[in-house]
Design a protein around this ligand. Structure first.
Ligand code: GAR
Length: 211
């Protein structure tokens, strides 16, 4: 007997404009990603990501992460876990959520928290990675979708996509080129998860062939 994995109920957490959230929502709406978007949560009250979700009829909530500035911890972490459970989410996608995720949320969703990072990890972790790539003089950068672990941008890599850095790039032009690839990478990673084709082996993610 084959045990079918539960279908994905995705919660998206973001702090900004929400272009990655939009791509995930569109992939679900078009049928190219077999999943549901259960909710969108933001730690920024008027973030664009909440408007985008509401325009698609998806439950969208501002959940304060105060009093911390850069992490999700304590009462705020509990409020997020409560909201995620309330919406029946079984996978959590960080999409421009600008906080460090701690044990409480990770242990509530083991191996089910994903993040998108605007660089080819392990290069340029942390903030403003496209600016870091420019300042370093990298000729190639890109984006990474990875499982989130207890470190900062250190979890097992699921999908990476590369982009060239051009001599005349500005931070904005480079970030825009990276985002084009992000918008392919996140749905691609979620399609693999939805099809139960990802196997974690240590810190390596093995992708099973399509049936
Ligand atoms: C994306 O480029 C994402 O990779 C980045 O924030 C942007 C959010 O854009 N995340 C990080 O830098 C996390 N360290 P979006 O709101 O349009 O999806």
């Amino acid at each position: 007997m084959t045990i079918q994995p539960a279908s994905l109920r995705i919660a998206i957490l973001g702090s900004g404009k929400g272009s990655n959230a939009q791509c995930i929502i569109e992939a679900v709406a078009s049928g190219s990603l077999d999943a549901q978007v259960a909710c969108v949560l933001s730690d920024v009250e008027h973030a664009g990501i909440l408007d985008r979700a509401r325009r698609h009829g998806i439950p969208a909530e501002y959940v304060s992460a105060a009093p911390y500035r850069t992490k999700l911890a304590g009462d705020a972490e509990r409020a997020y876990v409560d909201a995620l459970k309330r919406y029946g989410a079984n996978v959590v996608c960080l999409a421009g959520f600008m906080r460090i995720i701690k044990h409480g949320l990770l242990s509530a969703f083991p191996d089910r928290v994903l993040n998108i990072h605007p660089a080819l990890l392990p290069a340029f972790p942390g903030l403003d990675s496209w600016k870091q790539a420019l300042a370093y003089g990298a000729k190639v950068t890109g984006c990474t979708v990875h499982f989130v672990d207890a470190g900062t941008d250190t979890g097992p890599v699921i999908v990476q996509r590369a982009v060239p850095v051009h001599d005349d790039d500005t931070p904005d032009s480079l970030h825009a080129r990276i985002q084009v690839e992000e918008h392919k990478a996140y749905p691609e990673a979620l399609r693999l998860l939805a099809a139960d084709r990802l196997r974690l082996e240590g810190r390596r993610v093995r992708v099973l062939p399509a049936p």
